[in-house]
Design a protein around this ligand. Structure first.
Ligand code: URP
Ligand code: ZN
Ligand code: ZN
Length: 485
């Protein structure tokens, strides 16, 4: 037993169990979990600390151009460092295909961008232009290369795919073992609301919340689930922001469909009242779907506890509060010309730990599931990532459950100039981060270097426990023999 590193005496928690043990690591892999392990070449005393699987941030926008051309402030270096300080050992940002671009070129570009990352990474493809070549050649190639999930937008004029295109994409994904993700809001309802608000002079940031009604989310989630179920494909609804949306996800799951839901800190920690700040300050809080109300916050806590939603992601979309980001349309822009999104990659896990685990809303094991294990399972990384098990990567976060810190932008490691969570006091922070057996951060100091992260080729979607339930119209035995899939 010649361990490179031993983590001693901590309280280890996985999505299933909590126990006291030492963890022995060799060549970046966990090789022993036991009590009384001998010291390794390096040994960390974790007594009084929590030893958790490293977080997997599965929804973040890093070094990505928006549809309007705005670039996120974070590149793969600052974005990955910020993720690391927030308890994450890997992340899956988006590689965005804008119309007219080849998927092959997009993936090559993002692989180059991501080579700076200090933590392991993969990509979800954003598909906006599902041409024959994309569907028949480029997506299958992407799947073979281990990019096994992608996102489609049901809103935003420059990103939206029609229902017909979405069916093509869902079927292609199903055929190749990929998971489709969707931003589900009804485009027409939003555009109708925006037009009426702007025509009447209601242009301040607070009207962003009014322009994206809860009903627009419910309509699109319902339609997305219907489309996915029609062709027997799995679907993940990202950033669910309403009780009704979460209920639709839960109902589809109860009916046996491979439907998943994600929510994000902004919907549990902030309300639309933040948009009503003086001057242009409200623009800092423009994201889509928008912030809702206090009732929705408690509804979403309930859904996290009940398991209706499986993922807790930041949707880190860092646009600075200056002309490069939020104020690109001027110092006091109308709400419909503000870049959508807010930062939060570093606070995703600490917020959930402090307000979820410490305040008794969630168990520690649920916290691990929501921040790590479920993402590993849903996105084809488990059991290599997302748990602490013999044979898995030694991606480990050692948390001090009692450390109290007030959130300030100066304490963040991203490239932003504000945090929407400024001033919140949180209890419980990651203290030491280990990525594939190496100490990447300890006591507030970065130990990893540029390029330490590696691309993670992911496995196909795991169908265990689900079966595609095709309707009679798509089943040759009941549709006069027509082969449609
Ligand atoms: O407002 C948001 N969420 N911006 C980021 C892009 C997206 O829709 O996820
Ligand atoms: Zn979105
Ligand atoms: Zn997003």
């Amino acid at each position: 037993m010649n361990f490179d590193l031993v983590i001693k005496g901590g309280t280890v928690a996985t999505a299933a169990d909590t126990f006291t043990a030492d963890i022995g690591i060799e060549h970046g892999i966990v090789t022993a979990i036991a009590r009384g392990l001998p010291d390794g070449r390096d040994t960390i005393d974790a007594s009084g600390k929590l030893v958790l699987p490293g977080g997997i941030e599965s929804h973040c926008h890093i070094e990505q151009e928006s549809a309007t051309g705005a670039m996120t402030s974070d590149d793969y270096l600052s974005g990955s460092i910020s993720a690391l300080f927030g308890g994450n050992t890997s992340f899956i940002p988006f590689a965005a295909q804008h119309r007219g671009q080849s998927v092959h070129d997009v993936l090559a570009l993002y692989r180059e961008r991501a080579s700076k990352s200090v933590i392991d990474y993969s990509f979800h493809l954003i598909i906006t232009d599902p041409t024959e070549t994309v569907l028949k050649e480029e997506l299958p190639q992407a799947f073979r290369d281990g990019v096994t999930s992608f996102k489609v937008f049901m809103t935003y004029d420059k990103m939206i795919v029609s229902d017909e295109m979405m069916l093509d994409i869902l079927v292609t994904a199903r055929e190749h073992g990929a998971l489709t993700m969707t931003h589900a809001e009804n485009n027409a309802m939003i555009k109708w609301m925006v037009r009426r608000l702007v025509e009447r002079g209601y242009t301040e940031a607070k009207f962003h919340a009014v322009s994206h009604p809860a009903a627009a989310e419910a309509e699109a989630i319902n339609r997305g689930i219907r489309l996915a179920n029609f062709v027997g494909a799995p679907l993940l609804i990202v950033h669910v922001s309403t009780d009704e949306g979460a209920r639709l996800v839960q109902a589809a799951r109860t009916d046996g469909h491979p439907i998943f839901g994600e929510t994000c800190p902004q919907y549990l920690f902030l309300t639309k009242e933040e948009l009503d700040r003086p001057g242009a300050e409200g623009a800092k809080f423009c994201c889509s779907p928008p912030l809702r109300d206090a009732q929705t916050q408690s509804d979403l806590w309930r859904h996290l506890h009940a398991g209706s939603l499986q993922l807790w992601s930041s949707d880190h979309a860092p646009y600075r509060f200056d002309a490069s980001g939020k104020l690109s349309a001027g110092p006091n822009p109308p709400f419909n010309r503000v870049a959508n999104g807010m930062p939060g990659i570093e606070l995703r896990a600490p917020l959930l730990f402090s307000e979820g685990v410490r305040k008794g809303r969630l168990s520690l094991n649920q916290f691990v599931a929501l921040t790590s294990t479920n993402a590993a399972k849903i996105f084809g990384l488990h059991p290599r990532k997302g748990t602490i098990a013999v044979g898995g990567d030694a991606d480990i976060a050692i948390w001090n459950p009692d450390e109290r810190r007030v959130v300030t932008q100066s304490g963040m490691h991203d490239a932003m100039d504000y945090t929407p969570f400024e001033g919140m006091e949180l209890t419980g922070w990651p203290e030491t981060m280990i990525t594939r057996g190496r100490v990447a951060m300890s006591d507030g100091t970065l130990r990893a270097t540029r390029g330490d992260g590696a691309f993670m080729a992911r496995a196909p979607f795991d169908w265990t426990g689900y079966k595609a339930q095709l309707p009679p119209e798509l089943t040759p035995e009941t549709n006069f023999g027509a082969e449609l899939l």
